[in-house]
Design a protein around this ligand. Sequence first.
Ligand SMILES: *[C@@H]1O[C@H](CO)[C@@H](O)[C@H](O)[C@H]1NC(C)=O
Length: 311
Amino acid sequence: MVSSNNHTSTSTNTTAYVIGDCDVSCMKLWLVFGGIVVILLMLALYLCVPALFRPRRRRLSTWIEDAKSRKKDVTTDTYKRAMEYIRTHDPNDALPSTEKQHDILNTKGYTAWEFVRSGNSEVTNNGRWVEFFFKSTEIKKESMIQTNYPFFNPRKDIEHEEIMHYFEVTVKKMSKQVNTIAIGLTTTPYPYFRLPGYHENSVAYHSDDGRKFHNDSDGGVSYGPTWGKGDTIGCGYRPKNGEVFFTKNGEDLDVAFRVLQHTWYPSIGTDGSCELEVNFGDSDFKFKHARGFGPGSPLLSEHHKSFVALI
Ligand SMILES: *[C@@H]1O[C@H](CO)[C@@H](O)[C@H](O)[C@H]1NC(C)=O
């Protein structure tokens, strides 16, 4: 009993003592913490405020320089990779057999053409909605995609008419990361990690500078206006003279290249995340003169029906 009482009173005392003292030590702790925080804040202010105004600018420009040289290195690297790819992959100029071409046009018409995913892309809606995605760390990485079929025209008897192959692409979303979107034509296989226009047997109209590219990874040639989100870019090919032309929002930008007769695949490339919608004739082209044409020509609506009836 006694020992038990003693024990109880001691433990009660101890509890009270601890509780009472804790308030004090908590306050002490808070004071110490507060002091540390204030010192850190002052230290941070002391270090950062001048940096915000002077040294940071220098740091930023150094960073930009670094990023630029990093880009250059990557570009040189991918250039070498692309040249090696081209050296080891001969262009495949083969068209589907005439029979297959007729079959494609008879059964599906322009709906047969679809973009096919590769590299940093995803393609949905029957090959008509194209998404490219890049991580923020993927500096100056590029990716391109092609369609399942090239342009073709099995109707030899109408070859000498003003035949045109045509498609349009609308930029629906474009992240700040995008430097260039390239729309054009390539042969297959093409180095899928390079923009169309950079290498042999490829042509493209680039968004950032409005320049046209053909076997040219060194800046291109002055051609049209720049373009971006909301714009519709068309690419056409007249097989008779091997002419490639581009349009912007329905306006003809004139012939970009002549005498380039190849088995051309509609192509899109970019270096940043973006979303694009493709029109192979599914809806009216913005470029009115191309209405009734498509990737296999002439294909669309009334033209398509009368064309198929003639085959
Ligand atoms: C492509 O460009 C390279 C380098 O400028 C050149 O050597 C080559 O002959 C060109 N090829 C064609 C088909 O124009």
